[in-house]
Design a protein around this ligand. Structure first.
Ligand code: SF4
Length: 390
């Protein structure tokens, strides 16, 4: 199948809006995200730069007239800013962009940066979903990964969220931490479930190049659980969460009925999104662009009236098709073959040919009722399977 037989993506669903806040109290040992440690004092001018960039982009031909279904303020640690400052920036964005009245509006938070008053400010600005980076319910393990908060602060953050009126709370947890055993992980899961969050995201620790953890690993100082323990951790999580009524709808994400992440759902469908702020990525009309990562440089470029974009990449229909397949396969329900064909003019069977046949023969990928999906057997090795379809 030749790539030239694909046509451009014809989907026109509402886009997602993302705002990146690249500051944290301190840098965690494993973190490879675009975030800068700043103690408790993030630069006041950064949010002004984001507001200014929002004003410019709202008038941009790629954005003007576009509908947005979700807003996600992520980081870093957005809640390192004061409640009124963040709420003001969110209101500003709501005023500039065509955000649906029932939009999902999420803010990421770390437990040591929230209290009920700040969260109430966010609720008043229309934030209706809070995603809290808890990671582990063990002060010993939080210390191991150099998080700056405690279990008590995580519990207080969830209580504060409920008191402020949040009815949709996600907890991020990480497994496979140094010195973590299966019983530690079961304890973290049990404490998380006791809090009845609407959504849980479970990630395996990944040691990324350039982080303090990769240097510790190279020196043999990182006592990570072995492969067998990791698999047992995954298995125990899936059982515990299914038993508590959560649906595993994406490789790492679990939700109560009707409470899947809509913002991330748009990424998994490879929909359009606009990113504001340093290091934020946008993908609109098959053009992908990324802002400079350094907040100072970002603010300086915006102040000069220049676009803070680092690169602008045009996605070919074939590249967009492959990305749509790979992202869609992260969802346990997979992706509808006829939707793919409507968007790109080709089916995965025709595009991938013998590669897909082999994965199907191996029982890793299947098509049932018109949907292409990863089989349960493929889920523990999902990254390797998806790499075959890149
Ligand atoms: S809180 Fe999150 S973004 Fe900030 S340093 Fe830690 S892992 Fe990175």
């Amino acid at each position: 199948m030749s790539d030239s037989s694909l046509h451009p993506d014809r989907s026109e669903s509402p886009a997602g809006l993302y705002v990146h806040i690249p500051f944290c109290v301190a840098k965690c040992g494993y973190c490879s995200f675009a975030s800068y440690p700043c103690g408790g004092a993030p630069p006041a001018g950064y949010l002004d730069a984001v507001r200014q960039e929002a004003e410019t982009l709202a008038r941009h031909p790629l954005v003007r007239g576009r509908a947005f279904a979700t807003l996600f303020v992520g980081g870093g640690t957005p809640t390192i800013y004061g409640g009124e400052e963040l709420a003001g920036m969110i209101r500003h964005c709501r005023g500039l962009f065509d955000l649906a009245p029932d939009a999902e509006v999420t803010v990421e938070a770390n437990p040591n940066t929230v209290d009920e008053a700040k969260l109430a400010d966010l609720r008043r600005a229309g934030v209706n979903r809070l995603s809290i980076g808890v990671q582990a319910f063990s002060d010993r393990l939080l210390g191991q990964i150099e998080r700056r908060h405690t279990v008590a602060q995580a519990l207080a953050a969830v209580r504060a969220a409920r008191a402020a009126g949040f009815a949709n709370v996600n907890l991020d947890l990480i497994y496979g931490l140094p010195t973590q055993g299966i019983d530690d992980w079961r304890e973290t899961l049990a404490q998380a479930l006791d809090l009845s969050p609407e959504h849980l995201a479970l990630y395996a620790l990944s040691v990324e190049e350039g982080t303090p953890f990769s240097r510790r690993e190279a020196r043999g100082e990182l006592a990570l659980p072995d492969e067998e323990t990791l698999l047992a951790m995954e298995e125990s999580a899936y059982l515990a969460l299914a038993g508590a009524g959560y649906e595993r709808y994406e490789i790492s994400n679990f939700a109560r009925s009707g409470l899947r992440s809509r913002h991330n759902g748009n990424y998994w469908r490879n929909g359009a999104y606009l990113g504001l702020g340093a290091a934020a990525v946008s993908c609109l009309d098959h053009l992908r662009f990324r802002a400079v990562a350094e907040p100072d440089r970002f603010a300086a470029l915006v102040a000069e009236g220049r676009q803070p974009w680092l690169d602008l990449e045009g996605l070919s229909p074939a590249a967009a098709f492959r990305e749509t397949v790979i992202m869609g396969l992260r969802l346990l329900a997979g992706i509808a073959v006829d939707e793919l064909e409507a968007r790109f003019g080709v089916t995965p069977q025709a595009y991938y040919g013998s590669v897909l046949d082999r994965l199907m023969d191996q029982g890793l990928v299947a098509i049932t009722d018109g949907r292409l999906y990863l089989t349960p057997r493929a889920l523990p090795v999902a990254n390797q399977v998806l790499a075959e379809l890149v």
